[in-house]
Structure formats: C-alpha cells, structure tokens
Design a protein around this ligand. Structure first.
Ligand code: AMP
Ligand code: MG
Length: 350
C-alpha cells in the first residue's frame, strides 16, 4: 500500500489539511496522526473491520483494547455509560492527556475493546487530532502508532519507520509535546484507580478526588497470573533489542557520585555501553552510545525524549544499556513506569 504523508502547516487553517484523512477514516481506512501524548494510529471505532486492520498493522495482540478518541467530552454519552466522576475528570482535565474507562454501549464492537464490557475514552487537546476527529465524523479508535512492543512514536519519522506501506496516510504535525501515553483512570466508589500513569499526574488527580490509588502493575511485575485491569500493561513494551538495566537509588549518600563512577567504569571496560543519563553527568560519563535526556530535575524533558532515545539504541551497537531513573513524583512516575517496562523490571540498586 502507498502511504501518503501529509505535513501540517500550522500557519494555515487545519480543517482543509485533514479533510481527506477524515474521509479515509469514515470509509474504514487507517490514518496515523499527532496528539499531545504520542502519535496515534486511527480507525473508525464503530467499524469492526477498521479495528481488525489496526491490530494487523501494529501486530498487536487482539486482547489489548483500543482507546477511542472523541471531539467533545459529552460525545462519550453516545458510546458509554458516563458518571459523575467522568464529568469531574472532564471538567478538570479535558481536552487533555487523560483516558477514562467506562461501561460501554452496544455500538462499540467487541473487537475494539478486546472483548471487555468497558471502553476507554479520551478527548485529545492537540488541534490536528481534534480537526481530524471532526472531519471523520465518527469516534476514532487509536492505539499508539508503533509496531507492537516498540516504543510509542513521538515524531512522524518514528511512525514512518514502523508503519509506512501498511496504512493509508500519516499526518506529520511535528514532535509530541508530552511524549508519553495518556494517564488511564478507572472511576470507582469514592475516587479513581490509576491504571497507567501519564501527563495528568496523581498529584493533579488528588486535587479532584479524595481517593486516588495506583494499580499494582505500575511499579511491580504481575507475577500472580491475575488478569490485569489494563490488559495492555501486561505486555513487554518499549524495549530496545539490547538488555536494559534501570539504575535505582539504594538510599545511600552521594547517589550521583556512585552512579557516575559506576557508569564511567562500565564505559572504560566496554566503550559501546549504552547509557541514558542526566545532563549533569555529561563530564563524567561519555561515549558513543551515551544519551543525555535533560537536567536531573526536568522530568518533562525526560518524558519528551525517552522514547526517541530508546528507538535510537536500536540503531547503535550497544550490547547493554544502563538508564538512570527519574524521581517518581509528578510525571516522574510515568517515566519510571515506562523505564521499568523497557528494562523488563531489571533493576540495579546502586
Ligand atoms: P495504547 O493505545 O497503545 O497506548 O494502549 C492503550 C492502553 O489502554 C492499553 O494499556 C490498554 O490495556 C488500555 N485500555 C484500553 N481500553 C481499556 C479498557 N476498556 N479497560 C482497561 N484498559 C484499557
Ligand atoms: Mg501503545
């Protein structure tokens, strides 16, 4: 299949630029598009055939449900049973990087929800995503626009690498602003459970809800065999080909000194060693496969750069990768969660 690539000119009206892509979606085709979190691979959420094409293009397991994207928070009424909690979330955070899991209505095919009786809905803030959903005139089912298992795409080039030739069109709207997938919440009696951390942080949710709990799968490996609340969280994800070690602070004095000496020693023995570390380590830690992902305290910058760096490792000869983790407060929890998954929960306490 020939994939058309449409570069957005933000100085011109968006609707005419995405009109043809809206039509592709309405007639059952697939279009990758930018959002504020990561790039999505869109298909008509009311069309079973479109959902099947999404799973096929990504190589995604069919029990890993899709998020449906809507133009306005009220549109959720048409596809699921909303609640007071939903509207609290909508008022505080929509449009924006948050997804809410709600009981689904019958018009959403089971293939979209991986057979679940619930559906995940999100109202994105990105102007191109909003223009595209409007142009399609249907809800847009959209997982991240990557090959299943690879890091989510934060730029059109990543989508081109994974999906060119497999879908009708890719809309290039520049780099994703947040760089990590949406926060997923499940409303429950008295509050919400966070199934996947993201740009809307637990601290932000705590300003709206009395009780905010974290699903166990966010920081721990599911070894019980129990069905996870967010089925997608069980899959190996984001992982470069080389083994990743996530460096964690064991709580002793001078963490930075210990880590930089450890990394410098590794690089001394094996100059191809892969590293993701803070800008502050630049002098002590360097090598051909060393990437710096922002100042230690700048978790927003880490979020923006992490997936691109993880993808870059696959174009290097690094036999092993050592990554320094962010603080787990704020958006740091989402970064830590993605790094844990990238490392397959391979933690190195230093
Ligand atoms: P992705 O679109 O690739 O970012 O993945 C979507 C995520 O949303 C996966 O982790 C899914 O498991 C999760 N998800 C989608 N629908 C539901 C649902 N109905 N209940 C729980 N999690 C969901
Ligand atoms: Mg994904």
């Amino acid at each position: 299949m020939q994939t058309e690539i449409i570069k957005i000119d933000f100085s011109r009206p968006l609707a005419p630029q995405v009109e043809a892509c809206g039509k592709i979606l309405a007639r059952g085709g697939l279009v990758a598009f930018p959002t504020e979190t990561v790039y999505g691979l869109g298909g008509n959420a009311l069309d079973e055939g479109a959902a099947k094409k999404i799973y096929a293009a990504k190589g995604r397991p069919s029990d890993n449900p899709l998020i449906i994207h809507i133009a306005k928070p009220e549109d959720a009424e048409k596809y699921c049973h909303t609640s007071e909690a939903y509207y609290k979330i909508a008022e505080a955070f929509m449009p924006g990087p948050i997804t809410v899991v709600l009981p689904k209505k019958d018009n959403i095919p089971a293939s979209v929800t991986g057979g679940l009786s619930t559906v995940a809905v999100r109202c994105p803030a990105h102007p191109v995503a909003r223009a595209l959903i409007d142009a399609a005139g249907v809800p847009v089912a959209a997982p991240s626009a990557n090959t299943s298992g690879r890091p989510s795409p934060t730029a059109a080039e990543h989508v081109i690498d994974d999906l060119c030739g497999k879908i009708e069109a890719i809309i290039d709207g520049g780099e994703a602003e947040i760089g990590l997938e949406s926060t997923i919440v499940l409303p429950r009696e008295g509050g919400v459970t966070v199934l996947r951390p993201g740009g809307i942080t637990c601290e932000m949710l705590m300003e709206v809800f009395e009780s905010v709990t974290l699903d166990g799968g966010i920081t721990k490996k599911n070894e019980s065999g129990a069905a996870p609340l967010a089925p997608g969280m069980k899959y190996r994800h984001y992982a470069p080909v080389a083994t990743v070690f996530l460096i964690k602070d064991a709580g002793n004095a001078d963490f930075d000194g210990r880590v930089t000496r450890f990394l410098a020693r590794k690089l001394d023995r094996e100059p191809r060693t892969g590293v993701i570390c803070f800008d502050e380590y630049r002098e002590a830690v360097n090598g051909k496969n060393v990437f710096y992902f922002g100042k230690k305290a700048d978790d927003e910058e880490h979020a923006k750069r992490l997936f691109d760096i993880l993808r870059k490792f696959d174009k290097t000869d690094a036999p092993e990768i050592y990554a320094t983790a962010s603080d787990t407060r704020g958006v740091g929890l989402a970064i830590y969660n993605r790094m844990l998954k990238a490392s397959g929960f391979n933690i190195l306490e230093i």
